[in-house]
Design a protein around this ligand. Structure first.
Ligand SMILES: Nc1ncnc2c1ncn2[C@@H]1O[C@H](COP(=O)(O)OP(=O)(O)OP(=O)(O)O)[C@@H](O)[C@H]1O
Ligand SMILES: [Mg+2]
Length: 385
């Protein structure tokens, strides 16, 4: 059991407020990823949770037990928090072999020799480094050392595992393999994991939830699917997804029941049901919006199909990449990207017709930058099932 609740956490370095009123609940068994660009406060948050940093304001509890209560200058000793931290820098003991590095912490826990051996070998096999067990850290590559650091953390079966960019030193292929192993590890052990990365693919593929950080604040906490489908604002929409989302300017009119949008990519009409009515939106007057259209939502036809959903566009460039093709298109002076499955070839300046599934389109209020219309991906999935 490990449920962590952070409330109103502020962290200052001198005058610099690097965490601003952080509120975050990590449920027991979550794989919670702290995602965001460099310098946004991810590592600092992890250091606060682990006890390496003391926040100036706020509280933290683990399973209801108070760990931090800044107002009363209470900070529980890090050693009592039963958590394990793996940093970007792996900090292995140079005078110990891989095996000794991992078994050391277990000996302190006074486990039996057989239990220690089982755990060390299991964790080494999980990270696929059992063949290096008798080597010293300086006889390993950076990526191998990093895997030892992760193996050491998981061997002690902590209630809570904190990982700060643990895959950053691995090459692309190994990173994908390790993503799979970490995900399995999480499923098999049920350990609560807090994972820091600036790599959105890592965040999307492994997490049960993602907390998106921006300049010391949390912009959105959501499941990966929800974050992708309904990003809370334009900046989030732009940060998540590759190739990036198309944000197409348009004008909207809301009459109290329907939101009608005009744009270079055609007109759309959205039912009140799919609108986020809590957001500010003028009624009865036109206002500027941005349509959020994921590249995979756009269909391309090379001959004019029947039906009125299709608009004319021109191919600006096309990038076939094997399993998919990224096509840059132009319509009415607006450029946008479409992602097509399979290898397709288009001529430069070729005339095509495109269709956009209106169900899967987001609308943002240009002025507030906030999401005002949900894409109905989730409902669609239910309907398809
Ligand atoms: N010990 C420190 N003293 C002063 N400022 C610090 C200290 N540690 C971090 N900061 C500042 O706090 C901010 C947040 O840093 P943090 O390390 O949490 O970012 P991060 O999101 O982990 O970034 P990265 O992806 O680059 O690791 C940064 O602006 C950083 O310069
Ligand atoms: Mg960091």
């Amino acid at each position: 059991m490990s449920k962590i609740v952070l409330e109103h956490i502020d962290k200052y370095y001198g005058e610099n407020r690097v965490l601003k009123d952080i509120n975050l609940t990590i449920e027991d068994g979550d794989f919670m990823t702290l995602l965001g660009p460099s310098g946004c406060g991810k590592t600092t948050t992890l250091r606060v949770i682990s006890g390496l940093e003391k926040p100036q304001n706020g509280t933290m509890t683990i399973d209801g037990r108070t760990i931090i209560d800044a107002a009363n200058a209470f900070y529980e000793d890090p050693s009592k928090r039963d958590l394990n931290l793996v940093f970007q820098s792996y900090a292995l003991w140079p005078h110990m072999t891989v095996y000794q590095n991992i078994s050391f912490g277990l000996k302190i826990k006074k486990l039996s020799a057989a239990e220690i051996d089982r755990r060390v070998m299991d964790s080494l096999r999980t990270m696929r480094i059992d063949q290096y067990k008798d080597r010293y850290p300086n006889e390993l590559s950076g990526g191998q050392q990093q895997r030892v650091a992760i193996a050491r953390a998981i061997a002690s079966s902590p209630k809570l595992l904190l990982l700060d960019e643990p895959l950053s030193n691995l090459d692309a292929r190994l990173r994908i393999d390790m993503r799979v192993e970490l995900k399995r590890l999480h499923r098999e052990t049920g350990t609560t994991i807090i994972y820091v990365t600036h790599d959105q693919v890592e965040a999307m593929t492994m997490s049960t939830k993602v907390a998106l950080f921006r300049a010391g604040e949390i912009a959105q906490v959501a499941t990966p699917l929800e974050l992708y489908t309904n990003p809370i604002d334009m900046e989030t929409a732009d940060f998540v997804g590759s190739p990036r989302i198309n944000l197409v300017d348009g004008t909207a009119l809301y009459d109290g029941t329907t939101l009608k949008v005009k744009s270079p990519l055609g007109g759309f009409s959205f039912d009140k049901d799919s609108l986020k009515l809590a957001e500010k939106m003028p009624e009865g007057t036109e206002f500027p919006v941005a349509l959020g259209i994921r590249p995979e939502v756009i269909q391309i036809a090379t001959r004019r199909p029947a039906g009125d959903r299709w608009i004319e566009a021109e191919v600006y460039a096309s990038q076939p990449a094997g399993s998919e093709t990224i096509v840059t298109l132009e319509a009415q002076g607006t450029q946008f990207l479409a992602l097509q499955v399979d290898l397709r070839s288009y001529e430069m300046n070729q005339k095509v017709w495109v269709s956009i599934d209106p169900q899967r389109v987001n609308v943002f209020n240009r002025e507030t930058q906030r999401l005002i219309r949900y894409a109905e991906e989730n409902r669609r999935e239910e309907a398809d099932a």
